[in-house]
Design a protein around this ligand. Structure first.
Ligand code: PHE
Ligand code: FE
Length: 296
């Protein structure tokens, strides 16, 4: 017990739910697997079953192919067991954390190919929606794509880029890119649009919506456009960004972002941020729906 400070929270906000007294300096803790109750294992099983049934036609192939590597869907997996499989595949390991952690600690873990997974699972009354990431979101939503070699390298590069963004005071801009890709990204495939973002893949309501609904705006992926765009945390996304491949994602984020941050700041000083769901000049429609339809 190092007495690390939990993530800061503002006045009127709830403190994070996890037990941070068990965390080490790097915010990692032991996954106390024996402490999960039968009711918690059962909740995991039901979340897994509900979400798995929604995957066909909505989740990207790489995710569907790798999902089984999380192990038997009946019980909460042991992180060490998943890590042993994952490490042989792409060199990543999972580490247990009490919940959200400060961004620099998060970036340091990713840069070391360590993926933090919250060690507690939501309550049964949060089956359909939970505000904070829990074990189900982190594990089911994020971990399967860490078995994809290109996506795995992207996540490590993101961690390194985060440490650099912290030095440049650009974490807010980079966080938007994370939101619109790793959490809510869509990918165009020969069979149609598919979700690869973890916030979509772990969501009962948004997974089908993001692929099928004519309502949201769908724009071709462009890092600087994402960095200017605010986002909603309290509803389905009004705008999604669409990549064509994980290679495209990796390559577009490989260049030095220092000049990109500077250019984005300059544009925002002149023209402001782009509100969540708003269109922008130069947007290129992605997917089967036109921007005109979604601009209504
Ligand atoms: N290449 C980016 C930089 O120089 C870092 C980065 C990599 C950001 C991958 C996001 C994803 O800052
Ligand atoms: Fe997440």
């Amino acid at each position: 017990n190092s007495g690390v400070a939990p993530v800061t929270y503002g006045e009127g906000e709830r403190p994070p739910r996890g037990d941070y007294s068990r965390a080490r300096d790097d915010y990692c803790c032991e996954q106390d697997w024996a402490a999960y109750t039968e009711a918690e294992h059962d909740l995991y099983r039901r979340l897994h079953a509900r979400q798995s049934a929604l995957l066909p036609g909505h989740a990207c192939d790489a995710f569907v192919r790798a999902l089984g590597r999380l192990g038997a869907p009946e019980r909460i997996p042991r992180f060490d067991a998943v890590s042993d499989t994952l490490e042989r595949s792409t060199g990543w390991r999972l580490v247990a954390v009490p919940g959200l952690i400060p961004e620099e600690a998060f970036f340091r873990l990713l840069a070391a190919r360590r993926f933090p997974v919250t060690d507690w699972i939501r309550r049964p009354d949060e089956f359909d929606y939970i505000v904070e990431p829990d074990l189900f979101h982190d594990l089911f939503g994020h971990v399967p794509l860490l078995f994809d070699p290109v996506f795995a390298d992207f996540m490590q590069a993101y961690g390194e880029g985060g440490l650099k963004a912290a030095r440049l005071g650009a974490c807010e801009l980079l966080a938007r890119l994370y939101w619109y890709t790793v959490e809510f990204g869509l990918i165009a495939t020969p069979s149609g649009l598919r979700a690869y973002g973890a916030g979509l893949l772990s969501s009962g309501a948004e997974l089908s919506y993001c692929v099928r609904s004519p309502q949201p705006r769908r724009v071709e992926f462009e890092p600087a456009r994402m960095m200017r765009s605010r986002y909603r945390i309290d509803s389905v996304q009004p705008t999604y960004f669409v990549i064509r491949s994980f290679e495209q994602l990796f390559d577009a984020c490989a260049p030095d972002f220092a000049p990109v941050y500077a250019a984005v700041r300059e544009t925002m000083a002149r023209e402001g941020e782009i509100e969540a769901g708003a269109g922008a000049p130069g947007d290129r429609a992605a997917g089967p729906f036109s921007l005109a339809t979604s601009a209504a």
